[in-house]
Ligand binder design. Structure first.
Ligand SMILES: NC(=O)c1ccc[n+]([C@@H]2O[C@H](COP(=O)([O-])OP(=O)(O)OC[C@H]3O[C@@H](n4cnc5c(N)ncnc54)[C@H](OP(=O)(O)O)[C@@H]3O)[C@@H](O)[C@H]2O)c1
Length: 338
């Protein structure tokens, strides 16, 4: 396919940052519209959903993250990883997408702008009937939930009737984990904040526990086949005693130290897993377009229902970044494109 170009202006207003910091470090800036490389497409952004990853990169917190994202300032000046939009240009080597295609996917950043250049291989077609705002919520949070359940062994027949505890069930990753587990026939106990409990119960949790009022050490030992930990700083031994022998604790989040982040917990989990039959498995989720496509199919069919707490116009993207940074989101936050 040759490079196709439709009208895109030479410059655009993007929400950019040139130092690590809170949302005040991010400001509107006139920048060139990116040129797609041969394997890329240029996407007009209709919606960008925020994840806690956007806040972590914005702040450069924990410090260890700066090794990958830029030592002195974020290498990606524009945050916003999960996008839905329309292809307006396609690089010369792109064969899978064409101008006019409606797409969604997880990028490496740049979504808080009217246009973003993305490798075509990261994007999938948005099914008919799936709204852009909903589509944007799916890739990172839904993909992480999917990969967490896979690591917990909760797929296919093994999920049916399995008892799973989801710690931190109310945020982006958490509420997808609840509904995917319920869809597969698991019995879901959700530990979440008071605002999130009605949401996760409606999405299929059979039991809801308020996280600030629940002491995990008081729950019956070995009462779950799997525990998925998405928030909190619970001792690993306390989490491990909750699963049956042969059961798995998946650590999506292992808490975060200011310098090393979850590293110490991940190492301890690996060591502890050597002893006994209860596994502790840290998750390192990656962008998987085939999972995004499956999530999009499920959402279009109404089998999963992303909960959107709030939508901002792109002109107010800084407020949306401040909200995700506060870490009290119920479901997802979305920034609507221009
Ligand atoms: N391992 C991986 O590959 C991977 C991939 C993606 C994300 N993550 C991690 O997963 C976590 C969630 O990401 P996200 O984007 O879904 O975040 P998010 O949407 O910002 O999640 C916020 C939610 O977490 C809840 N929460 C906080 N502390 C809690 C606790 N102690 N118990 C229960 N709920 C609690 C909050 O409830 P309240 O308002 O009641 O506090 C809020 O509803 C982050 O730590 C992120 O770094 C890991």
């Amino acid at each position: 396919m040759t490079t196709h170009a439709t009208a895109a202006p030479p410059t655009m207003t993007a929400w950019a940052q040139h130092r690590y910091g809170d949302a005040e470090a991010v400001a509107p800036e006139e920048v060139p519209v990116p040129s797609p490389g041969p394997d890329d497409v240029l996407v007009r952004v209709h919606a960008t959903a925020l994840n806690s990853a956007d806040a972590r990169v914005m702040r450069g917190d924990p410090l260890i993250l700066r090794l990958a994202f830029g030592l002195r300032r974020p290498r990606t000046a524009v945050q916003g990883r999960d996008i839905a939009g329309t292809v307006v240009r396609a690089g010369a080597a792109v064969t899978t997408l064409q101008v006019g295609d409606a797409v969604l996917g997880e990028t490496t950043g740049g979504g808080l702008a009217p246009f973003v250049a993305v490798p075509a291989a990261r994007l999938v077609l948005r099914p008919e009937g799936l709204d852009d705002l909903v589509a944007a919520t799916l890739p990172m949070a839904g993909g992480t939930a999917w990969q967490a359940l896979a690591l917990a062994g909760l797929e296919g027949d093994a999920a049916r009737g399995a008892r799973v505890l989801i710690v931190g069930a109310g945020g982006g990753v958490g509420h997808f984990t609840v509904q995917l587990a319920a869809l597969r026939g698991a019995q879901v106990t959700a530990l979440a904040g008071p605002r999130a409990l009605p949401v996760v119960t409606a999405l299929g949790a059979t039991t809801g526990l308020e996280h600030r009022r629940t002491d995990l050490s008081q729950l019956t030992a070995a009462s779950f086949d799997a525990v998925v930990v998405i928030a909190g700083d619970h001792p690993l031994r306390q989490l491990r005693r909750l699963v049956v022998p042969g059961g798995t604790v998946v650590l999506v989040s292992g808490g975060s130290r200011p310098v090393t982040g979850p590293l110490a917990v991940i190492l301890r989990a690996m060591v502890l897993s050597v002893f006994g039959s209860r596994r502790l498995r840290p998750l390192a989720a990656t962008a998987k377009p085939e999972i995004t496509a499956e999530l999009a199919r499920l959402a279009a069919a109404g089998d999963i229902t992303p909960h959107i707490e709030r939508v901002w116009p792109q002109t107010q993207a800084r407020a949306a970044l401040a909200h995700i940074d506060a870490a009290h989101t119920v479901g997802k936050l979305v920034v609507r494109g221009l």
